[in-house]
Design a protein around this ligand. Structure first.
Ligand SMILES: [Fe+2]
Ligand SMILES: [Fe+2]
Length: 248
C-alpha cells in the first residue's frame, strides 16, 4: 500500500508562510510521498518560491511538484525552479520519477498542462496564428504527459497536473471559464497508459472527484477545495484500493 498526500494551489508568499507547516510535520506518519499540484506561489517570484522551499522542504518524505500558471506570472521560472530543487523538491514538466516505497515502485509523471476546454466545447487548431499556438501548446504538453506515463516502469502510476484533465472536477466553476481551466487532451493522455490516479489543482471553486472517459480516478486537490493541508490517497499495487481510508 502506498499512501500519497497531495495538495495544490497553496499560493505561498511571506504572509502565508507557516500556515501549512504544523500539519506537514505530521505528514511522514500519514503518507509516503507528497504531491504538489501547482500554483505553489502567489505571483511566481523567486522570493515566494524560497518561502515554498521553507514550508515544504525537509519533510522527511519525497516531495514531487508541478508548477502552475501563477508560478509563471513574473517570468522568474528558472529562479523558482532553483529555489524548489535546492530544497529537495522534485519539479516535473513532461518527465517522471519513480519512488520506491517498501518495495513497491510509485511512478509519477507530471506536466503543468494548459487550457483549451473539453470535448464538444473545446478550442480547435483553426484560424488565427494565436489560436493555433494556444491549442498546439496544449497538444504538445498532453503528448509529453502521455509519453511520460507510458514510459514509466512502475507498479503504481500517477499523473500530476495543474490544469484539469476532465470537466467533472470543475463543477462549481462558471461554465464560461472551463476552457481556461483544463483540456480533454490531458485526459486522453492519462487514458493512454494504465494510470491509477490523476491529481490536479487550479479549479479553486471546483469539486473533488471525477473520472476520465477511460475510467481513471481524478481528484482536484486545490487547497480551497479540499479545505485541509493535504488529502491522502491509499493506492495498492496495480489498482486503487476500494477501501482507501482517504475516501478515494
Ligand atoms: Fe490557484
Ligand atoms: Fe492555477
Amino acid at each position: 500500500m502506498i499512501r500519497i498526500a497531495a495538495v495544490g494551489d497553496v499560493h505561498i508568499d511571506r504572509d502565508v508562510l507557516g500556515r501549512f507547516r504544523p500539519a506537514l510535520e505530521e505528514l511522514p506518519d500519514r503518507a509516503d510521498v507528497l504531491l504538489l499540484a501547482g500554483d505553489l506561489t502567489r505571483h511566481g517570484t523567486e522570493a515566494e518560491a524560497k518561502c515554498v522551499a521553507t514550508e515544504f522542504g525537509g519533510l522527511g518524505v519525497p516531495v514531487i511538484a508541478v508548477l502552475g500558471n501563477h508560478d509563471h506570472h513574473c517570468d522568474e521560472v528558472p529562479g523558482v525552479l532553483a529555489a524548489l530543487t535546492d530544497a529537495g523538491i522534485t519539479v516535473l514538466e513532461g518527465d517522471s520519477i519513480v519512488v520506491d516505497v517498501d518495495g513497491t515502485r510509485l511512478g509519477v509523471a507530471g506536466v503543468k498542462g494548459f487550457g483549451g476546454g473539453f470535448a464538444g466545447r473545446c478550442a480547435s487548431e483553426f484560424g488565427e496564428p494565436e489560436m493555433k499556438a494556444f491549442v498546439r501548446t496544449t497538444g504538445t504538453v498532453a503528448e509529453r504527459l502521455g509519453a511520460a506515463l507510458r514510459d514509466l516502469d512502475c507498479d503504481v502510476r500517477v499523473a500530476l497536473t495543474h490544469y484539469a484533465p476532465v470537466p467533472d472536477t470543475l463543477a462549481g466553476e462558471p461554465l464560461e471559464i472551463y476552457p481556461f481551466l483544463g483540456s480533454y487532451l490531458l485526459g486522453q493522455a492519462i487514458d493512454s497508459a494504465p494510470t491509477d490516479l490523476a491529481v490536479h489543482g487550479h479549479a479553486h471553486h471546483g469539486s473533488e472527484r471525477g473520472r476520465t472517459p477511460g475510467g481513471v480516478r481524478v481528484r482536484n486537490v486545490a487547497h480551497p477545495v479540499i479545505k485541509q493541508a493535504y488529502s491522502v490517497f491509499n493506492l495498492a499495487r496495480e489498482h486503487v484500493s476500494p477501501s482507501a481510508a482517504s475516501g478515494i
